[in-house]
Design a binder for this molecule. Structure first.
Ligand code: NAD
Ligand code: PRE
Length: 367
C-alpha cells in the first residue's frame, strides 16, 4: 500500500511496527518522531524510518496512518494535543498501548471530530526497550488486539489490518473493558509480582550477599520481566488501577491459602496445589505465541550450543522425515532455545516426535 505512516515513539514497539509495515509495504514512507533525539538518530541509522518529522504536529499533518507508540500516559496527552492539529480527512489513527479503557475514553473527543481512531495492542514484546531492540518479526503469530468503538465502520478496521499485515499477527477484537481485565491477569499483575520478588531478594541481599550470587534459573526465569521499562509499567499500573486493586485482593487471599497449607504441613493439598498449577500451565499454548496454532508444528527445547540444530535435523534425515520449515522462535535466558519444526502431516510430526525422543532427552511439545 502507498502512503505515509507516521510513528510517534520510536522504541521497541514503535520501531518494530515501522519495520513490519515497511517489509509488507515497501512503497510506503515511514516517518517517525521521538522526544529523545538519540532514538531518532538511531532509527534513521538502522533504517527503521525513512524520514524524521520536525514535530508531532508536522508529522501528523502529512500522515495517512498514525501509530502512537509511546508509554500510555504520554499517548493520552498526545490524543488531547491532536484535537487542535490539522489532520488529513482520511487518516487512520491507532495506538499500541498496553491498556485500552483510558486511551479509548481519551480518543472519544477525536472520534467525535470524525477522526478514525482504533485502539490496538500487539500482545508481544520484551523486557528490552529502545529502537535498537526493534525487530520486524516481533509480533509474528502473536495476538494483536483491536478495540474499535461503534463509531468505527468495519471497513476501516479492515483497512488498518491491511496496513498492519506485515506484523503477521492474529487480530482479535475485544472491548476495552475485556482487554484491561484480561491483560490485568496475564500481563500487568504478573509484572508486579516479578518486581516484588526482586525487591524481596534485594532486601535479603542486605543480610547475605550470597543471595544475588546464587540467584539461579528459576529466579531468573520468573523475574526476567522485572527488567522492563519502569516508565511504561508505571503508566500501565495507573491506567489499570481498578482491575489491579481487585487482583491484589485475590492474590493476597491466594497467598493466605497456600501459606496456611504450608503452616499446617498439608502435604497432599500442597502437592495438589502444584499439580493443578502445572496442569494448567502445561496446557497453555505458550510456544505458538498466537491465536491460531500452525498445524503440524513440533517444538523442541534445545540446549543452546553450536551444532544442536544439525544434530536434530540429522536424526530426522536418517529416518527420512522431511521438514517443511525450521526456526528458532525464542531463546530463554542462556539455557535453552526453542526450535520449531514444521511438517506436512500429522503422521510426519508424530514420527519426528518419536525419533527425537529416541535419540535425545530434549522435551518436545505440539503447538
Ligand atoms: N514492551 C512491551 O513488551 C510492549 C508490548 C506491547 C505494547 N507495549 C506498549 O507500547 C508502548 C511503547 O512501549 P515500548 O516497549 O516501545 O517502550 P520504549 O521505551 O522502547 O519506547 C517508547 C518511546 O517513546 C518515546 N516517547 C515517550 N514520550 C514521548 C512523547 N511524548 N512523544 C514522542 N515520543 C515519546 C520514548 O523516548 C521512547 O523512545 C507502550 O504504550 C507500551 O505499553 C509495550
Ligand atoms: O515478554 C515480555 O517481556 C513482556 O512483558 C511482553 C508483554 C507481556 O506482558 O506479555 C508486556 C506488555 C505488553 O503489553 C505485551 C506483552
Amino acid at each position: 500500500m502507498k502512503g505515509t505512516v507516521f510513528v510517534v515513539g520510536l522504541g521497541l514497539i514503535g520501531g518494530s511496527m515501522a519495520l513490519a509495515i515497511k517489509k509488507e509495504h515497501p512503497e510506503a514512507t515511514i516517518v517517525g518522531f521521538d522526544i529523545n533525539e538519540d532514538e531518532i538518530r538511531m532509527a534513521r541509522t538502522l533504517a527503521v524510518i525513512d524520514e524524521a518529522a520536525a514535530s508531532v504536529e508536522e508529522g501528523m499533518s502529512r500522515a495517512d496512518v498514525i501509530i502512537l507508540a509511546t508509554p500510555v500516559m504520554q499517548t493520552e496527552k498526545i490524543l488531547t494535543d491532536m484535537l487542535t492539529y490539522r489532520l488529513r480527512p482520511s487518516v487512520l489513527v491507532t495506538d499500541v498501548g498496553s491498556t485500552k479503557q483510558r486511551i479509548i475514553e481519551q480518543a472519544k473527543a477525536l472520534l467525535d471530530q470524525g477522526v478514525m481512531f482504533i485502539g490496538g495492542h500487539p500482545m508481544a514484546g520484551s523486557h528490552k526497550s529502545g529502537v535498537v531492540a526493534a525487530k520486524a518479526h516481533l509480533f509474528e503469530n502473536a495476538f494483536y488486539i483491536l478495540t474499535p468503538t461503534e463509531a468505527v465502520p468495519m471497513s476501516e478496521v479492515e483497512r488498518l489490518k491491511q496496513w498492519l499485515k506485515g506484523t503477521k499477527a492474529n487480530f482479535v477484537i475485544l472491548s476495552p473493558n475485556d482487554h484491561d481485565r484480561i491483560t490485568g491477569v496475564i500481563s500487568h499483575f504478573p509484572h508486579i509480582i516479578a518486581a516484588s520478588l526482586v525487591h524481596q531478594a534485594q532486601q535479603y541481599e542486605s543480610e547475605d550477599e550470597l543471595v544475588s550470587r546464587l540467584a539461579a534459573g528459576g529466579f531468573r526465569d520468573i523475574t526476567r520481566i522485572a527488567s522492563s521499562n519502569p516508565e511504561m509499567w508505571r503508566d500501565i499500573l495507573i491506567h489499570n488501577k481498578t482491575e489491579l486493586l481487585s487482583l491484589f485482593d485475590r492474590w493476597l487471599a491466594e497467598m493466605h491459602r497456600i501459606r496456611s497449607l504450608v503452616e499446617k504441613e498439608k502435604s497432599e493439598e500442597i502437592y495438589r496445589y502444584f499439580l493443578e498449577a502445572k496442569q494448567f500451565r502445561d496446557g497453555l499454548p505458550v510456544r505458538t505465541k498466537g491465536a491460531i496454532p500452525s498445524f503440524y508444528d513440533l517444538y523442541v527445547d534445545v540446549p543452546d550450543y553450536p551444532g544442536v540444530i544439525s544434530e536434530i535435523t540429522g536424526y530426522l534425515a536418517q529416518e527420512k522425515i522431511s521438514i517443511t520449515n525450521i526456526r528458532i522462535i525464542e531463546t530463554r535466558e542462556e539455557i535453552y532455545g526453542v526450535l520449531r519444526l514444521s511438517f506436512q502431516s500429522e503422521m510426519d510430526r508424530e514420527k519426528a516426535k518419536q525419533c527425537i525422543r529416541a535419540h535425545t532427552n530434549y522435551e518436545t511439545y505440539e503447538g
